[in-house]
Design a binder for this molecule. Structure first.
Ligand code: NAD
Ligand code: DAU
Length: 359
């Protein structure tokens, strides 16, 4: 039975990936989920898998070398899928250091542990050992509104402390590939949305605020463009790259779904109105006049757009979920998980929200 070490599996994409993998492989794989449970990690995301015999959760920090070494020593790890990171751009602008620590040092620790566990004396690796580093399109910088795209060959030009830390971690993975022939892939994906996304990010924040009649904050002119991908499509792409990708290669993953932020907000409001039943008191709270233009994000990247040509040509992956369907599924999920939202927006989130939006 193949053993996966998933880092950051209690976060948004990591938990969706774990659900996807158990749906697909059921009892044929074992997953060890290592997560430090920061504000973004939530074991509620994994309630339905926690009783499985082929699932283990370990609370540990990926920058803790001894803890990571122990995990590799005590388990015969075949695959690493590395999600764990500080992931929110606005937080990186306020407090960059933790991004450097987790995203750069944490990746270095994992690479070292995996290499020590896997490399043979002659510098080769067993065939089934593979490391997948989950990264972002933000490493490529910002595009103009001119129809250009990010390709795997686009030079790195990160702007925020978050994207700079992710770029650094990508370079470390590339260095291990080049120096030690380390069996790794990198995926650079565009903006994800879907179930379990923490409401500091645009889509869940707007859904949550709209349902509570709160202001809907739009940075700058609202015309920044992101390329949105339904999270399950991302999970599928990661699995396909690890199974079918050429080792050492980078694959861009994107939704072919570019939208301005203000368009996203209008779509959410319209979809909420369509989906809320007549007589539901929340219908009156969901209002366009709550859209509020606020100060722009510092160094705000204008446009991201991925060309997923390589992953389609080599692996056969394409985005499957149309935005209009993905956003309905996401909203339906949030309707069914009001308690999840209440739990994650209590405590620390309130403090963050007040400092970020109300100060
Ligand atoms: P997230 O913030 O929702 O989850 C991150 C997880 O990592 C959390 O469970 C957190 O507890 C854990 N974590 C943080 N620091 C840790 C540490 N030091 N040790 C162990 N665990 C730690 O993030 P996400 O949106 O699910 O993103 C996952 C990965 O995908 C990240 O590497 C991110 O850069 C990348 N990515 C995200 C998107 C997106 O749109 N969200 C798009 C492309 C790539
Ligand atoms: O592109 C991939 C990246 O997408 C991932 O690597 C990051 O981990 C993920 O957080 C996301 O980064 P963004 O900065 O693009 O996502 P965010 O949801 O924070 O913002 C999306 C856009 O919406 C961005 O242009 C800023 C804007 N925005 C965001 C918030 C939270 C607003 O206008 N208002 C808001 O309140």
């Amino acid at each position: 039975m193949r053993t996966y070490l998933v880092t950051g599996g209690a976060g948004f994409i990591g938990s969706n990936y774990i659900h996807y993998m158990f749906r697909k492989y059921e009892d044929q794989i074992r997953i060890i989920n290592v997560d430090a449970l920061t504000y973004a990690g939530n074991l509620e995301n994994l309630r339905s898998v926690e009783g499985r015999e082929n699932y283990t959760f370990i609370k540990a920090d990926i920058t803790d070398r001894e803890a990571m070494e122990r995990i590799f020593k005590e388990n015969d790890i075949d695959r690493v899928v590395h999600f764990a990171a500080e992931s929110h751009v606005d937080r990186s602008i306020r407090n960059p250091e933790v991004f450097i620590k987790t995203n750069v040092l944490g990746t270095a620790v994992l690479l070292n542990c995996a290499r020590s566990a896997w490399e043979r004396e002659d510098g080769t690796y067993p065939e089934d050992k593979k490391f997948l580093h989950v990264s972002t399109d933000e490493v490529y910088g910002s595009l103009e509104d001119d129809g250009s795209y990010f390709y795997e060959t686009t030079p790195y030009a990160p702007h925020s402390p978050y994207s700079a830390s992710k770029a650094s971690s990508d370079f470390l993975v590339k260095a291990y590939i080049d120096t030690y022939h380390f069996p790794a892939n990198i995926t650079n994906c565009s903006n994800n949305y879907g179930p379990y996304q923490f409401p500091e990010k645009l889509i869940p924040l707007i859904i949550n605020n709209a349902l509570h009649g709160k202001k809907l904050p739009v940075y700058g002119d609202g015309k920044n463009v992101r390329d949105w991908l339904y999270v399950e499509d991302h999970a599928k792409a990661i699995d396909m790259v690890q199974e079918m990708g050429r080792l050492g290669e980078t694959y861009n993953i994107g939704g072919h779904n570019e939208k301005q932020n203000i368009e996203i907000i209008h779509i959410i409001l319209e979809t909420l109105q369509e989906m809320l039943p007549e007589g539901d008191p929340r219908k009156a709270l969901v209002r366009e006049d709550l859209i509020t233009y606020v100060e722009d994000r510092k160094g705000h990247d204008r446009r991201y757009a991925i060309a997923p040509d390589k992953i389609k040509a080599e692996i056969g992956w394409e985005p499957e979920t149309m935005f209009k369907d993905g956003i309905r599924k996401t909203i339906a999920w949030f309707f069914e998980h009001e308690e999840w939202m209440r739990n994650v927006t209590s405590g620390d989130y309130q403090k963050y929200y007040e400092e970020m939006y109300l100060s």
